[in-house]
Design a protein around this ligand. Structure first.
Ligand code: ATP
Length: 436
């Protein structure tokens, strides 16, 4: 019989235990002292199950004893971490929140607001992790910040191919992160902004409008401020997207992790009132291969439909016919971006339309097989340019297209019928092997 591996790690103050869980779950327990995982405090003597493939660090400000039960790929104590720098950043942000709160108490019509902070840097420098830490520290001080994720490849708010915002009202779960149920999500439909830069920037502008509205309506959201995660594409057009996001969200602080050139360029290109900080990345941040990223994207979509392991969901599969007249169709698929018409096809004197953000209806074809579609809210009943301004209602997968019988097979979190009949096409695919 195989014996269970149990290890005890004694951490001095400001140390962290970096863990890479192998292909079997590992259980951790704080036996003594205080510790946190990416800003969420561990409860003394509570056992947490870290799933296979988990990567992370348990940090302590005062010292801690941690027990790890199970086999890890790697577990070591690091003495050098940037956590004190991140804590100081939080303290500075909290001072801005206190100031905003005080001024709003004196004058509720004041235009003062909490900090809007953006984290930028190349891939795998710990941007998402820093955002999570800053939001968690804010929550620990009873603030309610808005977290925005513009990283469409590895979104921590919704499924890949989207950008979104999350109003955070409770601490992140150690394993599952923040509760994403009330997220406001826009579907971009591709895994890289490069596929349609204008569309990406347009959706960032729309998301920023939603966030600003929320801040206007709710003082706690305004004071809590906004923490924005960005894509790791920092050169050329990727850089332009970062500058666009900073402008759209009217950020007042940008933290550049690791990348000195990006820091210098942003200092040059953003207005002088924006404070730009250059901070180190943690030595624990893992570099992820292309395959690993693809696998984690798949896992995120699987989780959306099938839930986390400790709280599984039971999605529905059903068929709908598309052998119907146009106005009786149960599902209409639209997409952002149309083919560009050659100028020679246009009547003389007519300006070419902006094809990249044009909303067009597409016909049902085999191309939809395995595509993850974004359902529009039930109130939407026609395909027009206003779809660009609408956050999505949820997602479905077209698991099969039978062109002969004219039947679509659908995987959906909700049972038949679909809550809405207009959906946005997305290049993001998911092969539902639970239902074969
Ligand atoms: P990308 O832009 O590619 O999405 P990123 O810059 O946002 O990446 P993160 O997602 O924050 O980087 O971190 C990459 C990985 O490193 C994650 O799996 C995260 O859990 C892990 N990680 C972050 N900080 C640490 C640390 N101090 N110790 C161990 N692992 C860490």
């Amino acid at each position: 019989m195989a014996t269970t591996v149990v290890n005890e790690y004694r951490l001095n103050e400001d140390n962290e235990l970096r863990l890479e869980v192998s292909n079997e779950d590992v259980v951790i327990e704080l036996l003594n002292g205080t510790a946190e995982l990416f800003g969420t405090q561990l409860i003394l003597h509570k056992r947490y199950t870290l799933p296979a493939g988990f990567r992370g660090a348990i940090f302590t400000y005062q010292g801690a004893v941690i027990e790890v039960i199970g086999k890890t790929d790697s577990a070591y104590i690091a003495q050098q971490t940037p956590m004190i720098i991140y804590l100081n950043t939080h303290v500075a942000l909290e001072a801005l929140r206190e100031n905003a709160e005080m001024q709003l108490k004196q004058d509720p019509n004041s235009t003062v607001r909490g900090p809007r902070i953006m984290v930028a840097g190349p891939t795998d420098v710990g941007k998402s992790t820093l955002c999570r830490i800053l939001c968690s520290y804010a929550i620990r001080q009873s603030r309610t910040p808005i977290f925005v994720d513009l990283d469409i490849g590895q979104s921590s708010i919704s499924i890949p191919g989207t950008i979104g915002a999350l109003y955070i009202e409770k601490p992140a779960d150690i394993v599952d992160g923040f509760d994403k149920n009330s997220a406001c999500v826009f579907s971009f439909g591709h895994l890289s902004p490069a596929v349609n830069l204008l569309l990406y920037k347009t959706l960032i502008t729309e998301l920023a409008k939603v966030v600003k509205k929320k801040c206007k309506q709710q003082i706690a959201a305004n004071v809590g401020g906004v923490v924005i995660n960005t894509c790791g594409w920092v050169k050329g057009e990727g850089y332009d997207c970062i500058v666009h996001a900073a402008e759209a969200f009217e950020v007042d602080v940008v933290i550049v992790l690791d990348h000195e050139r990006l820091f210098v360029e942003l200092q040059h290109d953003l207005p002088s009132f924006v404070k730009i900080l250059h901070q180190p990345k943690s030595g624990g941040v893992e570099s992820r291969s292309r395959e690993f990223r693809a696998l984690s994207r798949r896992n995120v979509i699987h989780r959306y439909f099938y839930g986390p392991r400790n709280n599984p969901y039971f999605p529905h599969t059903f068929e709908i016919s598309f052998d119907k007249p146009i106005d009786e169709q149960e599902l209409i698929v639209a997409k952002f971006g149309a083919e560009q018409l050659p100028e020679s096809c246009l009547p003389y004197g007519m300006e070419p339309e902006e094809h990249r953000t044009k909303v067009v209806r597409i016909s049902i074809s085999n191309e939809l097989k395995n595509c993850v579609l974004a359902l529009m809210p039930p109130s939407v009943n026609k395909v027009d340019q206003t779809l660009l301004e609408k956050p999505v209602h949820g997602f479905i997968v077209i698991t099969n297209v039978d062109m002969e019988q004219k039947i679509l097979s659908i995987l959906s979190p909700q049972p038949y019928p679909l809550p809405s009949k207009i959906a946005l096409f997305s290049e993001v695919t998911f092969i539902d092997d639970e239902n074969v």
